[in-house]
Design a protein. Structure first.
Length: 148
């Protein structure tokens, strides 16, 4: 086999493999995949998230695995079907802080990103955006309760 025919064969194989890889659809993530215990990296935040009516609620898990207050309430964004992550919108109200209007991205590899800003925004007070990266560490043991 000549160098030119090897190059053509290699290009052909690469094209076939590339088309095959592109044709594999990313598995859609279901809203229930947000359920479980989630631990943040770089911050003291552990949430147990479970369904509560037509939304998902998260209870703060304090040291010693004690169930704290419900601090998270999110609903699924229906127009994200087929994306490689699940997008939810809602509210996060951590003790001692103003409430955040948030977005939540859940990824198939059991990672979550919570991002948002204080709600309502203030013209007179400096606000800081909220960003937390979490990983799923197991099943939720705290029962969810609805937030206001």
């Amino acid at each position: 086999m000549t160098l030119q025919s090897r190059s053509i064969a290699a290009a052909f194989v690469i094209a076939i493999v590339g088309n095959f890889a592109a044709s594999i659809s990313v598995a859609a993530i279901e809203p229930r995949q947000i359920e479980g215990r989630w631990k943040a990296s770089g911050r003291d935040l552990v949430l147990d998230i479970a369904a509560c009516g037509d939304k998902f609620c998260g209870r703060l898990v304090t040291s010693g695995s004690e169930c704290g207050p419900t601090v998270l309430s999110v609903v699924n964004e229906p127009d994200t079907k087929g994306f490689s992550s699940l997008l939810m919108r809602g509210r996060l109200a951590l003790p001692g802080e103003r409430a955040y209007k948030i977005g939540v991205s859940v990824y198939a590899d059991l990672r979550m990103r919570i991002f948002g800003d204080m709600s309502p925004p203030s013209l007179f007070q400096r606000t800081y955006p909220f960003v937390a990266h979490l990983v799923r560490t197991g099943d939720a043991t705290c029962r969810a309760g609805a937030t206001s």
